[in-house]
Design a protein around this ligand. Sequence first.
Ligand code: SAM
Length: 264
Amino acid sequence: MTKHIPRKRFGQNFLQDDSVIANIVHAVNPQYNDIIMEIGPGLGAITKPLLARVNHLHVVEIDRDIIHRLRQTFPVDKLTIHAGDALAFDFAAVAATPIKIVGNLPYNISTPLLFHLASYGQSIIDMHFMLQKEVVERMVAEPSTTDYGRLSVMLQYRFEMEHILSVPPEAFWPPPKVDSAVVRMIPLPGRCGHANDEQLLADVVLKAFSQRRKTLRNNLKGWLTEDDFSALNIDSGIRPENLAVADYVRLANYLSAQANPVPK
Ligand code: SAM
């Protein structure tokens, strides 16, 4: 086979460090009968060692040339290739039982992909992803830190997350311009309360963080009055980064209990 030329538009930075690959597989802890979906298998750096441990593997890949290579490399009875865009993929349709998901993700689509995956919490056992280090820092950030934002709130609402490995650019070919990290995500509904209307929670969080430097009072103007903030026992003078995930959930539930939730 001719050498594959990495495509920038598909975020192709292929893993070449065997110890990083071994660490990822170890973290996934694949069991023979697990149903595992790999997002963006590329040239198979993670696919191959995973296939050595499990009976069967699913992958979703967008690049036609890579799909052709995968078909030539792996037997069809071991690898199911879903050709297409992971952003539009229905992860609940892979199996009747919850699945594990893994991937060295294309960094250019990682945030929308995480939001897409967040809606499949019930269909997922756990997920292990290689991401830009800065994105992982935002995902696991605590309130009242500069990294804490919409991504932290929306993902922490649904998942317990752990930074498990830092990875330097040299671990990839070609090397990306940024540092990377591996994160583990485990769905844990109810940890920060239950939002009665998850779309409303998403809308409130988006609105609250629309201007980070402004207060909640300012950002949520038209949605919550000073009386509403008092009833919720939330100081309207704080900034969005100061409010805990559970308080965002309380705020969304307060709004969803109103006859006309938004805007006021
Ligand atoms: N897993 C391989 C590795 O670790 O060496 C490749 C990782 S590379 C960072 C990202 C992979 O995702 C590439 O194979 C790329 O073609 C694929 N990809 C990019 N955008 C995608 C999308 N929207 N849906 C599915 N796969 C995508």
